[in-house]
Design a protein around this ligand. Structure first.
Ligand SMILES: [Zn+2]
Length: 64
């Protein structure tokens, strides 16, 4: 209950860097990482390294 429907709309959304929480445009992202079927955009090498070290910590956040 009280669970908003999110991510069902086929709208172009700006992806969010799961590590630092910044919104990044796809074409401006440092790298896109595919993890468990989802694509994550990281803004810089530091965020990439952090994500790769703890992918589950960050991957679960937005997927609930
Ligand atoms: Zn970042």
């Amino acid at each position: 209950m009280g669970h908003p429907l999110k991510g069902t709309a086929k709208k172009t959304t700006t992806p969010k860097d799961p590590v630092c929480g910044k919104r990044i445009k796809r074409q401006r992202a440092h790298i896109a990482i595919n993890y468990k079927g989802a694509t994550y955009y990281l803004c810089c090498p530091l965020c990439q390294a952090e994500f790769e070290q703890h992918p589950d910590k960050y991957a679960l956040r937005d997927r609930g």
